[in-house]
Write a protein that binds this ligand. Sequence first.
Ligand SMILES: C[S@@+](CC[C@H](N)C(=O)[O-])C[C@H]1O[C@@H](n2cnc3c(N)ncnc32)[C@H](O)[C@@H]1O
Length: 332
Amino acid sequence: MMHDFLAELLQCPVCHGILEWHNIERRREQIEEAEAHCTVCGIVYPVHHGIGFFLTTNLPRQDYWEQSSSGISQYFTEHPEVERELMAVPLESLHPADQFLRSLVLEDRGQYAEARAIAELAIPALYTPEYRTGWQSQMDYVLERLARVEGPIVDLASGRCYLAEKMAQQLSQPVVVTDFSPRVLRRDQEQFQLWGLDDRISLLALDARRTPFKDGAVQTMTSNLGLVNIEQPGSLWEELRRIVRGILLSVSHFYPEKDSQNGAAIRDLGLGDLLFERPALLRFVEAGWQVEIVNCYEGRALPTPPGTIMDGRIDGLPITETVLKWCVLVAS
Ligand SMILES: C[S@@+](CC[C@H](N)C(=O)[O-])C[C@H]1O[C@@H](n2cnc3c(N)ncnc32)[C@H](O)[C@@H]1O
């Protein structure tokens, strides 16, 4: 599940040296197993079970997928009665936030179809209609715009692949799914296999702040609320400018700068440059991009409600009611 053409586009993410490819095992037009040796610094990057691993070791990373999944399993080992309550009672008797948690547990166990059905049932009770419409209309806009574009599409910080899956289904170009979490990529791989879409995608473990792409190697890049999840982004904007020669379409939402309560939380989280429109656009401009926002839609958003079985909310933001501006940020 790594398309052959990618080998040409990649270099060492640490020193930018040329890679030499060895021991390549293919399945159809995709690389299953291989090793890419950097001819300059000697680091070896493996492709294993179809996933290319191009992570550098020098950047701090919080892999929440790794932590939250193992955290949930550990919690259930210590509290089996909570697991019974969450997994054994009739679905309809659970609070929607707990239904959503049940879908995460099922996903963790590889029961993807059931997990998805439950998540789809819970989501309307967790997010306002405007939140769902705002997000959906941005993904639709990206899909429509990409129908006219040729060549591979690199999706950044793909996570659960809400957008990447639609691209693989609806477009004809190859899609490159990326994330810094090997765990999330393995899960994505299993899901794409289940939906029969695995020939349409490649999987790369990489850090968006220091990618393995050569200068200008990416013609088209997408991100679906991906940028906002990149902690300590540093010179993310410059790195993306280095590798993208065409266009970046980023599904985004912005908070009103006047919103004092959410604003304070956003600043505490260090997300001001990503979640407020003016500084977000400025970061792109400073890194040499031309940027515009299109397809704007404003809609009410509420904090996701807490469940009754386990504490905590699904999303950290918003912490209080607000109006979000949804849009696609187009950078070129
Ligand atoms: C929650 S997803 C966003 C939604 C996703 N794009 C979708 O369409 O389903 C964000 C992802 O960003 C990943 N991530 C966070 N920091 C990253 C980084 N520096 N480089 C690459 N991926 C990163 C996380 O592992 C997570 O899976």
